[in-house]
Design a protein around this ligand. Structure first.
Ligand code: ADP
Ligand code: MG
Length: 234
């Protein structure tokens, strides 16, 4: 299978000695283009750690991470940062929008960091906002002038802009009512159907039902839904 992202035998230990916490213990998982995989599990089971490692925000203690065929261990920190910026989009539960920027400016920001001219970044941002179902008049509003669902759509647009091929969403519906949460899941599902690889953390079976498959984490191990060992995650 052609994996956009894969982790093989990933372990992550926080701290050392008596204080060591094994957040992940030998996790192997791949997400293919077009696939939406949900990660479920109790609080503290390692879900966020897994997402951070998959996205190159955290490094494993042992095991390997591949993004689009690149083994992150073989890359320098700036190379990982560049790959992450180009290929990976994040959606967090608390949106992480910049309050002093409008919706459009929030979505433009990653593309301006990519080096795009402002006019082009704006054009892409407006198209991305429309594609997540936000009307044009929303573009000029600031985050505190938007509803929770609108804010989360802006965050998704920002994560997806520039055709990022891997989308990581850590409880993106956590702060939303269930009908707004369904709208957000619909957007994630459409993005997967359009070819993105999506890895979603959720507590809610209702939202996990949008996934192609569900992986259950318990105490840092995949308790159910594990992949066969990956020969090479690509
Ligand atoms: N930076 C950190 N330092 C120490 N322990 C951490 C750190 N991040 C996570 N942990 C611990 O690792 C385990 C997994 O955490 P996390 O991945 O956040 O779980 P989840 O997202 O499933 O709630 C927990 O026991 C947590 O306390
Ligand atoms: Mg978490």
């Amino acid at each position: 299978m052609n994996h956009v992202v894969g982790v093989t035998g990933v372990t992550r230990v926080h701290g050392a000695g008596q204080a060591a916490v094994h957040a992940l213990r030998g996790v192997t998982l791949g997400v293919a283009a077009g696939e939406l995989v949900a990660v479920m599990g109790p609080s503290g089971s390692g879900k966020s750690t897994l997402l951070n490692i998959v996205g190159g925000l955290d490094r494993p203690t042992s095991g390997q991470v591949f993004i689009e065929g690149a083994n992150l261990a073989m890359l320098s920190t700036p190379q990982v940062a560049a790959l992450r910026r180009r290929a990976v989009g994040y959606v967090f539960q608390d949106f992480n929008l910049i309050p002093s920027l409008t919706a459009a400016e929030n979505v433009m920001l990653p593309r301006e960091l990519d080096g795009l001219r402002t006019a082009l970044a704006r054009k892409e941002a407006l198209a991305e906002l429309a594609s997540v179902g936000l009307a044009p008049d929303v573009a000029g509003r600031f985050p505190d002038e938007l509803s929770g669902g609108q804010r989360q759509r802006v965050a998704i647009a920002r994560a997806l802009v520039g055709r990022r091929r891997l989308l990581l969403a850590d409880e993106p519906t956590g702060a939303l009512d269930s009908s707004t949460g369904d709208d957000v899941m619909q957007v994630l599902r459409e993005r997967a159907d359009a070819g993105a690889a999506v890895l979603l953390v959720t507590h809610e079976p209702r939202y996990a039902a949008y996934a192609d498959r569900v992986v259950f984490l318990r105490d840092g191990e995949i308790a159910d839904g594990a992949d066969e060992p990956l020969e090479q995650a690509r």
